[in-house]
Design a binder for this molecule. Structure first.
Ligand code: APR
Length: 243
């Protein structure tokens, strides 16, 4: 595939999933070593589980938060941020909760599945930017309810404002690049059709085929950073020379 010239496109959308963060050392959810191979999401990542045993759900998310805090943005995150800096009309829509797009420098990231770096409370929509809520503060001192990670769990509705922004961007872009998503979790997986069905240039970056690969006119069966370096060589850091 040829390198892409940013000036050829009016509006660009990146639609990203856990595969992008796999290169930062954060396990994906499915596939080899996936989170759901070790943890049953019905026990650790849904409202019913939270109501049954909030501490177990908090402990699970605390472990994931620590792993994400220790990670650094991968090469793919850096290229996505560089494209957005070089081409203002670029929207980053992610299913990831790790905040690595923002740490790589991307702005106004649309977080369809929330963020592990925020918690909710009944008395304040977003209690604090830092998820590191000590066990003693898992219950709100003001209203007494259990604080809840600001994450879209299975069975939750997606955040309306995020969906609105995602739909607007996908309905108007002329280039969509999907990176590292299995395309099996709805309603998020439905959203890219807003671009592919209009005939926007659509590229899927994923080493594996997915149930939505047929929507894309170009599929790059490669890891994120490698594929992005191929299509945006002008924005990818040169490989560090071996010492
Ligand atoms: N580069 C690109 N893609 C990769 C890489 C890589 N280096 N490594 C793995 N992948 C691909 C896998 O082939 C897989 O298709 O990333 C995808 C990861 O799929 P999932 O683990 O299902 O992640 P995702 O699609 O983001 O999951 C969507 O499911 O569990 C829920 O809320 C959770 O946001 C998550 C949603």
């Amino acid at each position: 595939m040829q390198a892409l010239a940013l000036d050829d496109y009016r509006a660009i959308v990146f639609f990203t999933g856990a595969g992008l963060s796999a290169e930062a050392g954060i396990p994906t959810y499915r596939g080899a070593g996936g989170v759901w191979a070790s943890y049953d999401y019905e026990t650790y990542a849904c409202q019913e589980a939270f109501e049954t045993d909030p501490d177990r759900v908090w402990d699970f998310h605390d472990e994931r938060r620590k792993r994400m805090a220790a990670a650094a943005p991968g090469g793919g995150h850096l290229v996505v941020a560089a494209v957005q800096k070089a081409h203002a009309a670029t929207c980053v829509i992610t299913q990831n909760i790790d905040g690595l797009h923002q740490r790589a420098g991307a702005e106004d990231v649309v977080e369809l599945h929330g963020s592990i770096w925020r918690v909710r409370c009944r008395c304040a929509p977003r209690v604090r930017p830092d998820f590191s809520v000590p066990a003693s503060e898992r219950r709100c001192g003001t209203c007494g309810v259990w604080r809840r990670p600001d994450i879209t769990w299975f069975g939750d509705a997606l955040p309306a404002a995020a969906v609105q922004r995602a739909m607007e961007s996908l309905a108007t872009c002329d280039l969509l690049i999907s990176i590292g998503t299995s395309g099996v979790v709805y309603p998020a997986a439905e959203l890219p059709r807003l671009a592919t069905q209009r005939g926007a240039r659509a590229i899927e970056i994923n080493p594996q085929a997915t149930p939505v690969s047929h929507l894309y006119d170009t599929v790059l069966r490669a890891p994120a950073a490698e594929a992005l370096a191929r299509i945006f060589p002008q924005l990818s850091a040169p490989p560090v020379a071996e010492a």
